[in-house]
Design a binder for this molecule. Sequence first.
Ligand code: AMP
Ligand code: GLY
Length: 418
Amino acid sequence: MKLLIIGSGGREHAVGKKLLEDPQVTAVFCAKGNAGMLKDGIKILDIAEDAHQDLIAFAKKEVIDWTFVGPEIPLLNGIVDDFQTAGLKIFGPNQAAAMIEGSKEFAKELMTEMKIPTAAYQTFSDFEAAKAYVLEQGAPIVVKADGLAAGKGVVVAETVEEAIEALHEMLEEQKFGSSSARVVIEEFLVGEEFSLLAFVDGEHVYPMVIAQDHKRAFDFDRGPNTGGMGAYSPVPQISEAMVEQAVQKVLHPTVQGMIQRGTPYHGILYAGLIATAQGPKVIEFNARFGDPETQVVLPRLESSLAQVISKLIAHEKPEIKWNNQASVGVVVAAEGYPEVYQKGMLLPEMTNEDVSVIYAGVAEKEGQLVANGGRVFLVEAHAETIEAAQQKVYQALESVALDQLFYRKDIGSKALKN
Ligand code: AMP
Ligand code: GLY
């Protein structure tokens, strides 16, 4: 099998590495990929993610069996529709189905229709009406840009003033352009967060093991929100009953609702959930694998990812087995991220065999890897327990010199307090 991945980050590196574990997979190409992927045998292509026709021409010329899409932007740009029109196999939701991530209002309407538990909300495009609603509801309250905003369009406001300031920036100053021309204002949910992902073939749902992301930049969940500073799986403080409720009350009705709307969902479905006292409630849907959740979920997949996706594309039942290991992944980021940061720092050689290194914001310079983005790489280890996996990761990180880079020291620690 020859496969193509669209994307360039850590998630795509982890997917490519997992696909290559299957001896039937003879080549994995990634567009555009990153230079760190070469270490694991992934071939990188200099074709832009939005150059759909060039990607299609490449897939035809190389006789690619199927393509996997990592990020949301190509999905929302209709890459799946374009590949299918060209007669090529591709795994991911089409443009209409990817709206589950592309518009918070779309997701909220679907949840209302299907009675899927989520925070109470209202949608606004008028600043004065939105402000009146916030004044009536009080704080804490959550303000979300309707469209995509690279994880930055969510403000968890502790005070009414903060919420009104967020509304002013989004609706009046158009901080996120057309993405924030409409906002969703929602109830603040109290409870622990977890990410539940599933493989979906349009009809059937195959849940994965759950993970927990760490969105804040600094230890003890302090500092600004980021794309994710680390993750771990399993999440023992979330009960099996809670996960089962989420599968039954969230994943299944979501997939049914998409069928009823005439936009059946194919691909990876990601539910971001809060375990509240009333059970799991949705805070967001993504139309793709999570980053960095993927980097800790895939090491727990015993079955061949390539076989699983091949079966899903063929609409056959895949065999999916998970191991009982614990996986911890710690992101190494450029100092200053998620705000202003340097690039070009030389990265250490990580030779420790206890860990995997998954690259994201990197480039090659004179034969060596240098930092080229905010989240630079992730170090993952798995072991019998979260504590043992954590130890492996942190030992590996402490043994190398990191120039103008930082990482959180507490990834996975929430699981140990219980
Ligand atoms: P999102 O980009 O939608 O994942 O939101 C970013 C972060 O804001 C989430 O990881 C949560 O920690 C928090 N958040 C979002 N929605 C809510 C909510 N309704 N109640 C409490 N926290 C929320
Ligand atoms: N880790 C959160 C996301 O991928 O959206």
